[in-house]
Design a protein around this ligand. Structure first.
Ligand code: 5GP
Ligand code: ZN
Length: 132
């Protein structure tokens, strides 16, 4: 199967890892809306949330840990969680993923959620998160 996020989980395509456990893998989004925008995926291939009868259950510990890590390390004041299921909902990569988007006081509110911030240095953000 030709799946971008399966290839990222397998390490065949490089990514900036934020968090990983036995069920999930989280990495910096290549085109962030806000500093530290992270994508979290199940290690196994699932198309979207609607294909997962048990819901996000097995991903919950990783979602929680990744969210707290991002907020603490980046000094964010809040966090948005979002999962797009289906092309009509804006899904572009058809391997279930949750967006974790740290939020900062200088760009608050839902209206600004998806406004891309330019000039984010992903390597610098990654170093700040993983402490390298
Ligand atoms: P969707 O629109 O499917 O909910 O979100 C897919 C996300 O994956 C987008 O925010 C996009 O920037 C991100 N993305 C797409 N290709 C890559 C990639 O090769 N590497 C990383 N790190 N993120 C990607
Ligand atoms: Zn996949």
């Amino acid at each position: 199967m030709d799946c971008l996020f399966c290839a990222i989980v397998a390490g065949e395509i490089p990514s900036r890892q934020v968090y990983a456990d036995e069920a999930a893998y989280a990495f910096l989004d290549i085109n962030p809306w806000h500093r530290g925008h992270t994508v979290l995926v199940p290690r196994r291939h699932v198309t979207d949330l609607l294909e997962l009868p048990e819901g996000l259950g097995e991903l919950t510990p990783a979602i929680s840990a990744t969210g707290r890590l991002l907020v603490e390390r980046l000094g964010a004041q809040g966090l948005n969680l979002l999962s797009n299921a289906g092309a009509v909902a804006g899904q572009e990569v058809f391997h279930l993923h949750v967006h974790l988007i740290p939020r900062y006081a200088d760009r608050p509110g839902m209206a600004g959620l998806m406004q891309r911030e330019t000039g984010i240095d992903l390597d610098e953000v990654h170093r700040q998160i993983v402490g390298a």
